[in-house]
Design a protein around this ligand. Structure first.
Ligand SMILES: Nc1ncnc2c1ncn2[C@@H]1O[C@H](COP(=O)(O)OP(=O)(O)OP(=O)(O)O)[C@@H](O)[C@H]1O
Length: 257
């Protein structure tokens, strides 16, 4: 576990993904690709299938058909934990921090969860103390995500925006190869929004591939290399962010104008 232990970015390829809930289609054959270091925005109206796509890619839901590949390796229906060990990591729309644990403890839990099971058992037995490299990495993250003022406070006592930062930082305890972000700036203030934007750009700069689900179009246009639009579980457009958003069919589907 070390910040210097950076893995390079991975290529995520989603091919013809389909998912229905109780017979109602949520994804009707979605294909997309994110290359190393690329930031791809995934936008679309409420209920268009964006979170379902992330859920199906990251093992939270089982797709009915279609394939997910990481660097050409078929990882369809792999468990979340197995995918995390390959460096495929996600965040959630609703933050999932441990409210009674301090910010630092939350980050430590995330770091220990990424370790191979054998080392985790050693940690549980109390034999493997938090090593220096891990402490250094957590200090780095606290600084990068501007969490110094709240690092020793329980996550349940800090602001929602700060908890979004903790969740993002937890996703970065080991540098992700592919990061799927589900509405990272929803309901956060502009200062935290800017910090999150900068973190996304910095991750991409070090090779991480990013799929960004977000309703904040300013962020999407500002940071994404490419945008994919979903509408009713199907891809509507894929291309340059400003051009895609200017399209009449996208405006109609997304903004109803
Ligand atoms: N666990 C579930 N069980 C049943 N239906 C679901 C489930 N999750 C999502 N759906 C349905 O699947 C469709 C796609 O939902 P999804 O949450 O993926 O959309 P979204 O684009 O992420 O929406 P939003 O922008 O509001 O977050 C919706 O019709 C939704 O009601």
């Amino acid at each position: 576990m070390s910040g210097g232990n950076a893995m390079s970015g991975g290529t995520l390829a989603v091919d013809g993904l389909c998912k229905a809930y109780a017979g109602v289609s949520a994804l009707g054959g979605v294909s997309l690709r994110v290359a190393p270091g690329e930031i791809v925005g995934l936008i679309g109206p409420n209920g268009s299938g964006k979170t379902t796509l992330i859920d199906c890619v990251t093992g939270l839901q089982r797709p009915d058909s279609g394939a997910v590949e990481l660097d050409g390796r078929d990882v369809t229906r792999w468990s979340t934990g197995r995918l995390a060990h390959l460096g495929l990591i996600r965040t959630f729309q609703q933050v999932r921090t441990f409210e009674s644990l301090t910010v630092r403890h939350n980050l430590r839990v995330a770091a220990l969860g990424r370790r191979p099971r054998s080392r985790r058992l050693a940690d549980l037995a109390g034999r493997d103390r938090e090593d220096r490299a891990l402490r250094r990495r957590l200090d780095e993250l606290v600084e990068m995500f501007d969490l110094g003022a709240v690092v020793d406070r329980p996550a349940g006592e800090i602001s929602y925006g700060q908890r979004k930062l903790v969740e993002f930082a937890a996703a970065c305890v080991t540098p992700p190869r592919v990061l799927l972000l589900d509405e990272p700036v929803a309901a956060v203030n502009p200062t935290i929004g800017n910090l999150i934007r900068d973190r996304i750009a910095a991750l991409s700069g070090t090779g991480t591939s990013v799929l960004l689900v977000e309703h904040n179009i300013e962020l999407v246009v500002g940071v994404c290399d490419r945008v994919v639009v979903l509408n009713q579980g199907r891809p509507l457009a894929d291309g340059d962010p400003a051009q895609v958003i200017a399209r009449d069919d996208v405006q109609e589907a997304y903004f109803g104008v």
